[in-house]
Design a protein around this ligand. Sequence first.
Ligand SMILES: [Zn+2]
Length: 197
Amino acid sequence: MCGKPFGEGSFRDILIGEDPLCESCRSGWIRRRRKFDIEGIPAEGTYLYEEHFSSCLIQFKECCDEALKDVFLFEEKKRLQRKYRGCTICLMPSSAEKEKERGFHHLRLMYACTGLPMLEPFVRLSDTVQKKRTGKERRKMEGEIVLKDGIILPEKILLCDDVITTGATIRGALKAIGKGNHKIRIYSVSLHKSWYL
Ligand SMILES: [Zn+2]
């Protein structure tokens, strides 16, 4: 993340050495696990979304720095593997345009280290679709999330995102899933400070 040669900053990096993030970068992150619920569905997150975490996320997402893919879940992957065994990770959609620019779905890279099965069942209704609608309809549908055609959802679903801000995306996904017999859980690597109040 910082570009310093590994081990230059601390002995811990040489001795433990498995964390792809160096100690000084890691120490900037605020690890504060939090459980809550969204629409009655159990949710949890690990890091407070603040400037150190967000700059790392931006470097990964917007600068396409794929080398950072394993830093986000390094401290949680084993616990997540155990806790959510049997679940299928369902990734939150990014806008299709962004993904095309980037050439990859950043969440897929981020969550690959958990070893859990993964699905991208959602699409966010794109601007191109919305342009065909009237102004009023468009506003109503803005950012609406729907299931992809022909998707069959697994029984146990773990909705995953990189950051939960207002929770609107998660609520959109829950709405898209609708009522059924799914067992749903929510996990996000980071949470906006409002979830800690
Ligand atoms: Zn560093």
